[in-house]
Design a protein around this ligand. Sequence first.
Ligand code: 2U9
Length: 352
Amino acid sequence: MTLPTKAVLQQLEQIQKQASEELEKINDPKELQLWKVRYLGRKSRLTQVLRSLATLPLEERRKVGVRGNEVKNILESSLAEREKILEEARIASSLKYKKLDVTLPGQPLSVGRLHPITQTLEEICDIFKGMGFQVIEGPDVEWDYYNFEALNIPQEHPARDMFATLWVDAEVEGGKARLLRTHTSPVQIRLMEKKRPPIRVVVPGRCYRYEATDATHESMFYQVEGLAIDKNITMADLKGTLFEFCRCLFGEERKIRFRCDYFPFVEPGAEVAIECLACHGAGCRVCGYTGWVEILGAGMVHPDVLRRGGIDPKAYSGFAFGMGVERMPMLRYGIDDIRLFYGNDLRFLKQF
Ligand code: 2U9
């Protein structure tokens, strides 16, 4: 072995020893990085030795090459080991400061809930289901015929003023214009066309009116309407059904008032009011100082409406009713602005 080769091998031994000793003492990842540059980097002594192999005779080149690569492998695996030790130490010390208490309660999960109007719709429908009614639904966009004409409200009838309408089509003759339904009644007309009595249905759904919004009006709101048609249905059935409904929703003790009213699609028509929930009948701002709040309209289905639905008014009679849904939670919980339901403010919605 020539002298220079011996010297190079000695140099490799020295590099390995020195690098290993230094590595043992390193406890900081930045220092570790510097060590890597120093002993394994492009300008390190080891890299220079390996590059200079070409100048040695073949036999010696092999010896130095084998040893040089051995040293390189040893340094690389020592580095990986040291990196692992430092990482484990880092995790251990972070746990030491943030001691993990496995007995602590977990982060609360925020659970979704049904919208207060959906809850009210379900509650109202459940009460009627308990009395043998079926729940049905229909389209929001309707023909003039189903929304008005079939319900005794022909064009130019003054009752159309009661239903400020959002039209989909510009004026079209003969009940052919489309509109956003102003009540859910068209669904019952469609049902009468298809199904023979006995009929007992409730119809929940969105309705639309062309109105300026304020604390008690929205251009979109929900209604639940009902219809019962059979042989010998009387006003007593209507009154009994609606009184039972009011007792279920507002309590057994709540006083209920039943008075005459007018709607083109029923004859006779009636209006149901309950004793004011805010003042218990004494009179306050909520009830306009009358002690009563109106919650329902109703009546016996007009014979012309039955006939248009394909049902013989001589053989059958029926009652119908309708209510605005938002009004129910407003009265119950003392909510004074209908717009709160559709403002999507979670501070409001989370209360229900
Ligand atoms: C058919 C026949 C009759 C449904 C009825 C009312 C009375 C009524 C209003 C209450 C408050 C609507 O939301 S509101 O403005 N409704 O007073 N609705 S009788 O009568 C019908 C429906 C369908 C075939």
